[in-house]
Design a protein around this ligand. Structure first.
Ligand SMILES: CC/C=C\CC(=O)SCCNC(=O)CCNC(=O)[C@H](O)C(C)(C)COP(=O)(O)OP(=O)(O)OC[C@H]1O[C@@H](n2cnc3c(N)ncnc32)[C@H](O)[C@@H]1OP(=O)(O)O
Length: 302
């Protein structure tokens, strides 16, 4: 972690996204629709599209998986795209959004932890930890442009950003609804919630598995702005400009000061956290409730 000089504090030695790469198509570049030079070239993978604008130093990163459920592949591709932008000094900020109608991110891909063996669940959970660490400690400014439903793992992604703009649509609820699935938010997620909305509000929302509609999300402090749906991107860009107006080194060191203790707590206990998660989700009773929840989701569709 180079803190004093380069001020890039993501714990790279601990995070090895390439080790997770499994048949992804990351690394393709293609000209953006409008053509143009380097600043207009977009890159990405099957599940993550990155539209970089070198002139402003901001890249828009779009999730494009079915329901944007966080599959192992999506987690891996997100980490790799993030690393690519982190390593390119041209970029100072990322706007994270969804290319999938009505859903920002459906949270953990339940098919990755339902009916799978413990080794797979462990691999999956490590990838989830890794994405959170990378995003939470990113030296770039991350703005979430939340243009759809944002439950559980989707909320984790949004909470790891510096700023959240939510579209004003009552169907786009955000929060940590884990308890309603019979599962429990890990301590690092609980800590992130507490850091964002405070202890009492977290205690209540976590136990009840609350999913907040936009006005309530704003009131509790889970998001920073609620705007009409067609203004989410422009508002995210204005927010980005506000954050980028601050000198990078001062903002980055301050961010690190505010977030380091929370991230360190996970870094110290990553293996134990993985073991806890795996032994919990692999219990017969939890598998049954996950199976029932997935069934309900599939039936609801028809
Ligand atoms: C351990 C703590 C950390 C994190 C915990 C979690 O993240 S657990 C996951 C919690 N997520 C949820 O509870 C969200 C469940 N999904 C929904 O509520 C809706 O799907 C959503 C996101 C509001 C979108 O609604 P929409 O009507 O647009 O889509 P639909 O429900 O028809 O779903 C489309 C297909 O996606 C599948 N799917 C949805 N969410 C998940 C998921 N989290 N994991 C796996 N699969 C998911 C759904 O079953 C449909 O599949 P299909 O094969 O097309 O029938």
């Amino acid at each position: 972690m180079a803190l004093a000089s380069g001020v890039r504090f993501a714990p790279r030695a601990l995070l090895r996204p390439w080790a997770l790469l499994r048949g992804t198509t990351l690394g393709r570049t293609e000209p953006a629709a409008g053509g143009g030079g380097d600043g207009a070239r977009r890159f990405g993978s099957q599940r993550v599209l990155v539209e970089p604008d070198a002139a402003s130093g901001v890249a828009v990163m779009k999730l494009r998986n079915p329901s944007n459920a966080l599959s192992l592949e999506l987690l891996t591709e997100l980490v790799i795209s993030l690393e690519k932008l982190e390593n390119d000094k041209t970029f100072r900020g990322i706007i994270l959004t969804s290319d999938c109608p009505r859903v920002f991110c459906a949270g953990l891909d339940l098919t990755e932890i339902c009916g799978r063996n413990p080794a797979h669940c462990a691999e999956y959970w490590k990838a989830m930890q890794e994405l959170w660490l990378r995003m939470y400690l990113s030296s770039l400014v991350l703005v979430a442009a939340i243009n759809g439903a944002c439950p559980a793992g989707g909320c984790i992604i949004a909470l790891s950003c510096d700023c959240r703009v939510l579209a004003d649509n009552p169907k786009y609820r955000i929060g940590l609804n884990e308890t309603l699935l019979g599962i429990i938010a890990p301590f690092w997620l609980k800590d992130t919630y507490v850091n964002t909305i405070g202890h009492r509000a977290s205690e209540q929302a976590l136990q009840l598995g609350s999913l907040f509609p936009p006005a309530e999300a704003l009131q509790v402090g889970l998001v920073d702005q609620v705007v009409p749906e067609d203004q989410v991107q422009s508002t995210a860009l204005s927010e980005m400009a506000r954050w980028l107006a601050v000198p990078d080194h001062a903002r980055q060191l301050t961010k690190n000061m505010m977030r380091k203790a929370t991230a360190d707590r996970l870094l110290r206990q990553r293996d134990a956290d993985t073991q806890n998660f795996v032994s919990f989700v692999c219990r017969d009773s939890i598998q049954k409730s996950l199976q029932a929840y997935l069934e309900k989701l599939r039936q609801r569709k028809g």
